[in-house]
Write a new protein. Sequence first.
Length: 79
Amino acid sequence: MATTVDSLFQEALQLPEESRMTLVEKLIVSARSYEEVEQAQVSEAQARLAEMRSGAVQGVPVEDAFRRVRESLEVCRGA
């Protein structure tokens, strides 16, 4: 099975980025646990919004958030 997954992955890498993202989305939605994951994400987003509105936490500018994500991904890739 790994060979099949690896060959599918290699084929998918040949697709344009937009098509790859569409494929990723379809695969995620097709997972049995998708609804549970989606509900957990909604709950987390609602909790974070409540924290922002209450003043318990402060937001950061989007540029800083994206920079932090990029830096974190670079560290993960280097590991």
